[in-house]
Design a protein around this ligand. Sequence first.
Ligand code: ZN
Length: 344
Amino acid sequence: MLWARDELAAEIAARQAAGEVGVLTNGVFDLLHVGHLRGLRAARAEGDFLVVGLNSDASVRRLSKGPGRPLLPAAERAELLAALDCVDYVTLFDEDTATELAAALRPRVYVKSADYADRPLPERAVVEAAGGQVRLVPMVPGRSTSDLLARIQALPSPFRLVIVDRDGTLNREREGWLTHPEQFELLPGAAPAVARLNAAGLQVAVATNQSAVGRGHLSVEALGHIHQRLDELLAAERGEVIGVWSCVHAPDEACDCRKPLPGLLLAAIAAAGCRPHEAVMVGDADRDLQAGRAAGCGATILVRSGKNSPEQLAAAAAYADVVVDDLAAAADWILARCTSSSSV
Ligand SMILES: [Zn+2]
């Protein structure tokens, strides 16, 4: 399937001696697309048979098309090319240009894409010295491997984890400290929202600043009882969280977990076993969304269900990808994104 250069030179010489016109073109052909196909068909139409010089993996890396390129190893790129009806021969070259390949193969026609019209073509001299001609064929606009990669990277990524602030997002925010389990009351629609996210395969975690502990208003044990109640109320509506991550420090303790710092979120992301951009942060205050951005979450959602004033909400919206009424609406937004991305 892959031809060695000297054997291919002999083959081409024999066919051209018999009056056929051999056409040479070359390229990387990483992620074969319709632009490649049309260009190769146009090249083949310039003669009687088409030879494709394929950049070796090492030469692609030297061309610095970007990290991780080529996406496909040379053997696979060659196999795909050889399967096209317009391609007759495939050979590898390891040099930075196809000049040496063209000098060895001596094709009657050498084809490049038309974007070389106003660029120097290093192969031109050797092709013309051997009596051959250079022809330029048009490119297909917007059809390049780099364009394809950019479009793939711009697709919405499915989310795997939703990190939810507690007071004002999941449960009703009180005047004063929430220190007893019976004071803990879920907001309307919050538990069904968690259940819907769970049913769609998303994990849910809670991240909450509880400086009431550090300030001496609440014991760690009492906080545990409150979160036991949280679990029970969610479970009653088939909702489940993988954990509640609490910052129990006072603001002056200079910890690394109190939101807007991302410590709680990063711990939840690690526990969920996902990557930061696969997580969404939902909260009612600027510090929630700032923590989400700092953790690298794929989206941040501001809910209006807390106690913040319109002015505070407007300021917090600067850190939000979307502003919605409550956790139920946030779940709608997240689930819509997951559905649209899974169908691409
Ligand atoms: Zn902390």
